[in-house]
Write a protein that binds this ligand. Structure first.
Ligand code: NI
Ligand code: MN
Length: 226
C-alpha cells in the first residue's frame, strides 16, 4: 500500500488501483504550499469531522475528482448544501462498502463543528479495509480504551494517529493508542502545522522506538510504502 502525505491530517492511501483521500486541508496550510491540489485524484474522500483543518478543501476536491465523500450524517448533509451530491452518510459503528474498500466509523473523543458554525455531528475515526489489508485513521482524538476494540476485530497493517498534543493526543498517548489498536507501524499526523501543535519529532520517534514501534513522519508531498 502507498501513502502520500499532504500535510496536517491529509493523506492519500492507494491500493489495488483505489485511491482514498482523508481530511483534505491543503490550500490554507502554508507548509503544503508545494502541493498542487488540481493534480490530486481520488475515488473516495473520507472526512473524520467538521473542523476546517480537516474539511477546508473537501468541496473543491469532491467536485474536481467526482469522488464519493464519506462522512457522518450532519457533514454529508452540509456537503449536499455546498453542491456535493455524491456522498455516503454514515454514523458510528456502521460499515459501508466503497469502491475498492470498506470503511467502519469508530469513536473519536474530540468535537466537531463545520466552518460556518453548523453543527457537525460527532467526530470519528475510520477503520478501512482494502483487499485483505486494514488500517486505522484515528482522526482527531484523545487516547481512549475504545481503540482496544479495533485490535479485537482487525489485524492492522498500520495506523494513522495524531501526535501534536493540545487539541488531540500527543506522542506519549499515541504510543499507548498504537498498543491498544495493535498497530506496530504508525504514521504521525496533526503536528507542526500551527504553533500550539509544534512538537519535538525526534523525541516522538524515540518514544515509539522505546516501545518497539515505528513512527513514520513522511515529508509533505512524499509517498511512502506502508
Ligand atoms: Ni478537530
Ligand atoms: Mn484538527
Amino acid at each position: 500500500m502507498k501513502l502520500t502525505y499532504f500535510g496536517h491530517s491529509c493523506f492519500l492511501v492507494e491500493s489495488g488501483g483505489t485511491r482514498l483521500l482523508f481530511d483534505p486541508f491543503i490550500t490554507p496550510n502554508p507548509l503544503a504550499a508545494g502541493v498542487d491540489i488540481t493534480k490530486i485524484q481520488a475515488d473516495v474522500i473520507l472526512i473524520s469531522h467538521g473542523h476546517a483543518d480537516h474539511i477546508a478543501d473537501a468541496v473543491a476536491l469532491a467536485k474536481q475528482t467526482g469522488a464519493k465523500v464519506v462522512a457522518n450524517w450532519e457533514i454529508a448533509d452540509w456537503l449536499g448544501l455546498q453542491g456535493v451530491s455524491n456522498t455516503q452518510p454514515m454514523n458510528h459503528g456502521g460499515t459501508v462498502g466503497l469502491p475498492g474498500a470498506t470503511a467502519k466509523m469508530v469513536n473519536a473523543i474530540h468535537s466537531s463543528s463545520l466552518p460556518d458554525g453548523t453543527y457537525g455531528g460527532n467526530p470519528a475515526g475510520f477503520v478501512v479495509k482494502m483487499g485483505e489489508e486494514s488500517f486505522y485513521y484515528a482522526g482527531d482524538t484523545a487516547l481512549t480504551l475504545d481503540m482496544k476494540l479495533i485490535a479485537e476485530e482487525f489485524a492492522l497493517r498500520f495506523a494513522v494517529l495524531p501526535i501534536g498534543d493540545t487539541f488531540t493526543m500527543g506522542a506519549k498517548d499515541a504510543v499507548k493508542a498504537a498498543e491498544l489498536c495493535g498497530a506496530k507501524k504508525v504514521v504521525g499526523v496533526h503536528y507542526n502545522t500551527f504553533p500550539p501543535i509544534q512538537i519535538d519529532t525526534a523525541a516522538a520517534q524515540a518514544a515509539f522506538a522505546n516501545d518497539g514501534l515505528e513512527l513514520l513522519l513522511p515529508a509533505i508531498g512524499a509517498t511512502i510504502e506502508v
